[in-house]
Design a binder for this molecule. Structure first.
Ligand SMILES: Cc1cc2nc3c(=O)[nH]c(=O)nc-3n(C[C@H](O)[C@H](O)[C@H](O)COP(=O)(O)OP(=O)(O)OC[C@H]3O[C@@H](n4cnc5c(N)ncnc54)[C@H](O)[C@@H]3O)c2cc1C
Length: 431
């Protein structure tokens, strides 16, 4: 947002409580991020940084997870394996057939420096403690250092980009915890992990891999960070973790061992970072803008990382919101209504993600079935590319929902016993 506003000649101040670089989860991008990098003249830096290029994605499962597939629904691989390349579908405004996997320490620092270079004033180590909204301009209160004195500065408006800290959502009591998704993740980096252990093609080494584990609602990501370093993380329902009564590291290794080849391969690699866990991360906000404020990225909503969407949503929410902010500056009208286009666009996108993610968790096999069926493949790819903002009711999602309903109602359906334990009311998020 700082970079977008600076490019438009608007003066802005960025307060960041950490000193960058700092580690952060969320390392695999989707191609809709490229539009933002282009807008901000940031693509040359992305290339110079030599981040691994991400040409596509692969989903794998074990032989034990083989599913009945002679259902008259052609296209379903018996072992749930699926892979896709981004260049199978042309994406308007995106002229690269790949996106990136990033070390977030490096990437976030680069973006912050870029905003600064374009003209945004950036202050690191400054923690925002409150925003006073009154009849006039809001006052942002902040502290520097551990016991720093609180100070304040007024601004015409405030953008909350505080991530899962959800600063304004908490202050204004707008946050609603998601009762359907209660996921938990534990992740770390490994050196010399053989990324090709489940590859069926030579050029899949730098794809993202999602390995389904034979534990309900549980999967593991495999994300290239450098030529030799790979990020691996287990995502599960929090209740699975709590039930195991083991410490988090043991849980990670037990989960990985449920796919023996994966476990064995990982044991041969060297862990180079401490384990880190993330929890309680699914929520929405009753509103993502208001008089003199907007929320972008995770500050406004987060559902689940299964489709690597978070960074793209964060980047694109600033792409949409900055247009409304520029218009508000023109008219000097900073009321909630001025940000309505941003709010409705973002809600279309996040609702599509939500529906897609819900179908995935309700019936994993359906997802691979749709990818492998030429009738639906490109429609699913459009979502995976991050193009979710232009259609409030994508037909492919409707078709997926109908199929889930059929499987739910038909107890003799071979897929019935594969239904996950998310309920169908999850298809109707309130916000
Ligand atoms: C388990 C897991 C896996 C994920 N995997 C992926 C993935 O593969 N791909 C992907 O795209 N996304 C992924 N995500 C999501 C991704 O991490 C986020 O969506 C993304 O980082 C959001 O960016 P943001 O700028 O909104 O927030 P952040 O990147 O979190 O930035 C917010 C910043 O605000 C600062 N801040 C917070 N409070 C204050 C304050 N009071 N004052 C000053 N500064 C403050 C923080 O220090 C932080 O630097 C994953 C998320 C999880 C939980």
């Amino acid at each position: 947002m700082g970079a977008y506003l600076a490019k438009a000649g608007v003066s802005s101040v960025v307060f960041e409580r950490e000193l960058f670089p700092r580690p952060h989860v969320g390392e695999s991008l989707v191609p809709s991020s490229t539009r933002v990098f282009k807008d901000l003249d940031f693509l040359p830096q992305m290339e110079e940084a030599k981040f691994p290029h991400k040409f596509g994605a692969v989903w794998t499962a074990d032989d034990k997870q083989k599913v009945p597939y002679q259902l008259g629904w052609e296209g379903l691989a018996a072992d749930c394996h699926a892979d896709i390349r981004f260049d199978e579908r042309d994406q308007p405004g995106v002229d690269k057939n790949y996106t990136y996997h990033v070390d977030r320490g490096k990437f976030d620092l680069m973006l912050l420096q870029h905003a600064n270079k374009l003209g945004a004033a950036v202050y690191e180590g400054v923690r925002v403690s409150a925003v006073d909204f009154g009849p006039k301009e809001p006052v942002v209160r902040f502290t520097m250092g551990r016991n720093g004195k609180e100070m304040g500065v007024s601004a015409r408006m405030v953008v909350d980009a505080s991530g899962r800290n959800t600063f304004l959502g908490n202050q204004l009591k707008l946050k609603v915890q998601d009762t359907v998704f209660d996921q938990y993740a534990i992740h770390t980096w490994f050196n010399n992990y053989d990324r090709k252990v489940f590859s069926r093609e030579d050029d899949h080494r730098d794809y993202i891999f999602i390995h389904f584990l034979p534990i309900s609602n549980t999967w593991i990501w495999q994300i290239p960070i450098t030529n030799t370093v790979t990020s691996l993380g287990v995502v599960t329902q929090k209740k699975n973790f709590a039930k195991s009564k083991s410490d988090r590291e043991k849980f990670f290794w037990e989960s990985v061992a449920s796919r023996p080849r994966l476990g064995e391969t990982l044991r041969k690699a060297d862990r180079i970072r401490p384990f880190k866990d993330e929890g309680d991360y699914s929520y929405a906000m009753k509103q993502i803008c208001g008089d003199r404020f907007v929320m972008v990225g995770d500050a406004g909503r987060f559902v689940d990382p299964i489709f690597s969407t978070g960074v793209s949503i964060a980047l694109n929410s600033s792409r949409f919101a900055h247009k409304d902010i520029l218009a508000a500056l023109e008219t000097n009208d900073f009321s909630r209504q001025s940000f309505a286009t941003f709010e409705s666009t973002l809600r279309v996108g996040t609702k599509n993600w939500y529906d897609f993610i819900t179908v995935y968790y309700r019936l994993n096999v359906l997802f691979t079935y749709f990818i492998n069926d030429p009738k639906y493949r490109l429609d699913v790819l459009k979502l995976l590319q991050g193009d979710v903002y232009d259609d409030a009711a994508p037909p492919v999602l409707q078709k997926m929902r109908t199929m889930v309903a059929e499987v739910e109602q038909n107890q003799t359906h071979p897929w019935h016993k594969m239904l996950g334990d998310l309920t169908s009311n999850a298809f109707r998020p309130e916000f």
